[in-house]
Design a protein around this ligand. Structure first.
Ligand code: PRP
Ligand code: URA
Length: 208
């Protein structure tokens, strides 16, 4: 059974309040998203599997631990791209796959336009990155693609989630652990998260 971790971290809340502000410009939005994703990366990587490793310090030998495998980061294009660099900052040898999904503005359903994943994804921990979990359609579809390529150990990391989206991922993928910066109130009639921050991809890339 999967676990859902909601960070509820005061520094994250502070930065997220600035990120949400409609007057925050593209430069500050990028920087804040980077900083928030860094805080989430610490939590997501806390339980990555490790194996024993012998090491000799200047004083003695000891048994330490190293990661069993370097994980694969899979950002959901476009907005997920903003979370890649902060994760690579703390796991610089991670591999990176990409999944391109865009919500149809009328149906709100995700449509795939790109998918490139490492061949050995089945032997690695996979961390799916997307700042927004709204209806859960994009996240769930991305996890479907990754599972079809053989991945077995998948985590999903987002910054803001709607309760509806969390329930969809839990129902469709009960084996996937979910990490959420903050849980917002609901979705509006256009399937946007309320209070949310608007369209994350547009704000990150200045395409408003
Ligand atoms: C946004 C966001 C998620 C998705 C969440 O992407 O980055 O991928 O919507 O919504 P959902 O949970 O209802 O599927 P969008 O489709 O707007 O594409 P973009 O990142 O290219 O702007
Ligand atoms: N995608 C976004 O970028 N924002 C939302 O609120 C919902 C989906």
């Amino acid at each position: 059974m999967s676990q859902t971790t909601i960070l509820n971290h005061n520094l994250l809340t502070h930065k997220l309040t600035l990120l949400r502000d409609k007057n925050t410009d593209v430069k500050d939005f990028r920087n804040l998203l980077y900083e928030i994703a860094t805080l989430i990366a610490y939590e997501v990587t806390k339980t990555l599997p490790v194996k024993d490793a012998e090491v000799e310090t200047p004083l003695c030998k000891m048994t330490g631990a190293v990661l069993e495998n370097q994980p694969v980061l899979v950002p959901i294009l476009r907005a997920g791209l903003g979370m890649v660099e902060p994760f690579l900052n703390i796991i610089p040898a991670a591999k990176v796959g990409h999944i391109g999904l865009a919500r149809n503005h009328d149906t709100h359903l995700p449509e795939e336009y790109y998918c490139k994943l490492p061949d050995d994804i089945s032997q690695r921990e996979v961390i799916v990155l997307d700042p927004m979990l709204a209806t859960g359609g994009s996240g769930s579809a991305a996890i479907d693609f990754i599972k079809k390529r053989g991945a077995k150990n998948i985590r999903f990391a987002c910054i803001i989630a709607a309760p509806e989206g969390v329930e969809v991922i839990k129902k469709d993928h009960p084996d996937v652990d979910i990490f959420v910066g903050v849980l917002d109130e609901c979705l509006n009639e256009n399937a946007y998260i309320v209070p949310g921050l608007g369209d994350a991809g547009d704000r990150l890339f200045g395409t408003l």
